[in-house]
Design a protein around this ligand. Structure first.
Ligand SMILES: [Zn+2]
Length: 186
């Protein structure tokens, strides 16, 4: 995970960023006043498996027409989208919780989405491999909660409990994670 990604909440979030674009520094070269809109990143998720929807918008530091920008681009992601995954953060959250609660087979049955079993297993693997980075990022937000000692907890259960403790008011802690910590969850 690389820090300092840009995330926003919905269309309103994009508009708020666009309104301030002329006063915003380029994240690459730090020049102010040269950022312009530069199209979209589109993709699928479970809400729209047949038709691509906007996942992120591109912004360009303009070096055209003798402007002094660096010519590089960056993306502003919707906080509830996940890079390279055709699944919303909300669906991923439900899935991860289900695996921790009842195992992979039950979770795949429980989460109603268009992905195959094999794809779901791959998503779990991706989360599993990213756990230590997720934990490190969460420490910026709060300490991990104490879990009841009587039962053994998997590391994954601890990560999810930590995530929930870090964003207790959010109905999707994964989206809140991406927005607050400016980094991709997986
Ligand atoms: Zn630049």
């Amino acid at each position: 995970m690389s820090a300092g990604r840009w995330f926003c909440w919905g269309e309103k979030g994009f508009l708020a960023i666009y309104e301030k674009l002329k006063a915003t520094a380029c994240p690459h070269c730090k020049a102010i006043g040269l950022l312009v809109r530069h199209g979209f990143l589109r993709g699928y998720d479970e809400s729209s498996p047949q038709e691509k929807t906007v996942r992120a918008r591109r912004i360009f530091c303009s070096n055209r027409n003798n402007r002094k920008g660096c010519g590089r681009t960056f993306s502003v992601w919707l906080a509830d989208k996940i890079r390279r995954l055709s699944l919303s953060t909300r669906c991923l959250w439900t899935f991860l919780q289900s695996v921790v609660a009842g195992g992979m087979v039950a979770a795949i049955r429980h989460v109603d989405c268009h992905l195959s079993d094999r794809q779901m297993q791959r998503i779990w693997k991706r989360f599993d491999l990213g756990q230590s980075q997720i934990r490190t990022a969460l420490w910026q937000q709060c300490e991990p909660p104490e879990l009841p000692a009587k039962s053994a907890h998997s590391p994954a259960a601890e990560v999810l409990a930590h995530l929930q403790a870090a964003f207790p008011k959010s109905d999707c802690p994964i989206a809140a994670f991406q927005h607050a910590l400016r980094t991709f969850f997986v």
